[in-house]
Design a protein around this ligand. Structure first.
Ligand code: SF4
Length: 435
């Protein structure tokens, strides 16, 4: 009888896609997935270490699992921790959590079937050169698909643990990426997102990111293309030109600015100034006046003065991002920011975060309100939370909810926006595009 596995993902799209790859590896070896943790032979957690909060959640879940399985009719499942927290702590987790059986880092998932069938309690966290080419991911988000174009990062932003847990930057072969994109488009995936920690520094011999993007757009037919994450220091005019000239590349960009103060950006080792960041925004908006922009910001970085913080709030107001992911600084052990003198008390960090959240909430409401009465094209992604509702995404990645519709996931249609609630919008199908 084949073994069943249950997989739970923490963190970003990169981790969601890693879990699809893990499923692909396991199913190739005869494992089958289950949605029911009660009956699963194997429980896998795919963990995220980027923020302290995410890591704490995973470790909390591991503690709970230790008590939980004792009430299970089917006895103890094999418990596996994958992902960045696995890579970060390795062996130490086996000592700390006695019910945990395997700790497997992001480069070692091909070993999973053998490790699961073996009897050793072991941690496997080597950095390896190869990628997961040849593995067919078990995709869980139809009609949205992810294609990894690169793994790892060389930037060493001073607060970030990624280069330590995901290793150095490695780009995948462009011909493999293009054939994966073409197959997804033929398979009816309406949206394909290229993934990498810093997609703009993609390189496969003479093929840099703008050229890859142009070729991907052509291989994708009518499917929408997105890419994440872009680093401001590496986002060049050529990429913007490709975005503006290819119809199926979404007019949407996530461009983290992190701080509005040059002093803090330098301490963060981000490699650009506020002025340079604003120049990128200008180029983007000149080429695509309707582009939807989102960003990441860290409040309360070590040494951030009231004046530095005010500059961050000013930048949010100046650019008026459509959406922003705002975080308070959390220390990640082993990063260089840990050694910086930290003059910002925790309550002040929280107050700064709250201030930014309120500011952005108002901007998001204003910008969403500007869409009322407009007709936008959306991709139907599937059922919404309430019965008889469907959800879709605009090119700008906004969520749109429709009542009483039964369009197939993967279909594109025009909708008139009738109501907005922050980043979520409500609409009704209509024929023609207008604005
Ligand atoms: S670019 Fe900076 S923040 Fe992004 S993954 Fe690399 S080190 Fe981390």
């Amino acid at each position: 009888m084949s073994m069943t596995y249950y997989i739970h993902v923490y963190g970003c799209q990169m981790n969601v896609h890693d879990s699809e790859i893990i499923s692909g590896i396991l199913e190739l070896e005869g494992f089958s997935s289950t949605e029911d943790p009660e009956s699963a032979d194997v429980i896998l957690l795919v963990s995220c270490a980027v923020r302290e909060h995410a890591e704490t959640r995973v470790l909390g879940r591991l503690s709970q699992l230790g008590g939980w399985w004792r009430g299970r009719k089917s006895g103890k499942p094999l418990m596996v921790l994958c992902g960045c927290v696995a890579q970060e702590h390795g062996d130490g987790l086996l000592k700390r959590f006695r019910d945990l059986d395997l700790v497997v880092g992001p480069d070692c998932y091909r070993d999973l079937p053998g490790l699961i069938r073996g009897s050793a309690r072991i941690s496997v966290v080597d950095f390896r050169e190869g990628d997961y080419t040849g593995i067919e991911p078990v995709r869980v988000e139809f009609p949205r698909a992810y294609v990894t174009i690169m793994r790892g990062c060389d930037n060493f932003c001073s607060y970030c643990i990624v280069p330590y847990v995901r290793g150095r930057e490695r780009s995948r072969k462009s011909d493999v990426i293009l054939s994966e994109v073409a197959a997804l488009s033929e398979g009816g995936y309406g949206e394909i997102t290229l993934l990498g920690q810093n997609v703009n520094s993609y390189h496969d011999e003479k093929i840099s990111f703008p050229l890859l993007l142009r070729r991907v757009a052509s291989a994708a037919g009518t499917s929408w293309i997105r890419f994440v994450t872009s680093h401001p220091k590496d986002l060049g005019r050529e990429t913007v030109e490709v975005m503006a000239s290819e119809k199926n590349i979404c007019r949407y960009l996530h461009l983290p600015f992190q701080s509005g103060s040059d002093v803090i950006l330098k301490k963060m080792n981000r490699g650009y100034t506020v002025q340079e960041y604003l120049e990128r925004i200008e180029v983007l908006r000149e080429a695509m006046p309707d582009i939807v922009l989102s960003t990441d910001v860290i409040a309360g970085f070590p040494g951030e003065s009231e004046e530095d913080f005010q500059k961050t709030a000013d930048l949010l107001e100046k650019v008026r991002f459509d959406n922003a992911f705002l975080f308070k600084y959390s220390e990640r052990s082993g990063t260089t920011a840990c050694g910086l003198e930290d003059s910002v008390p925790e309550e002040e960090r929280l107050a700064r975060l709250n201030h930014l959240q309120e500011l952005q909430r108002m901007i998001t409401i204003e910008k969403s309100g500007e869409l009322l009465g407009r007709t936008l094209r959306i991709l139907i992604t599937g059922p919404a939370k309430k019965p008889r509702q469907q959800a879709g995404r605009t090119e700008g990645n906004r969520i749109v909810i429709l009542d009483d519709t039964d369009f197939c996931p993967g279909s594109f249609l025009n909708v008139k926006i009738t109501r907005a609630d922050g980043w979520t919008h409500f609409g009704e199908p209509c024929g023609n595009m207008e604005s």
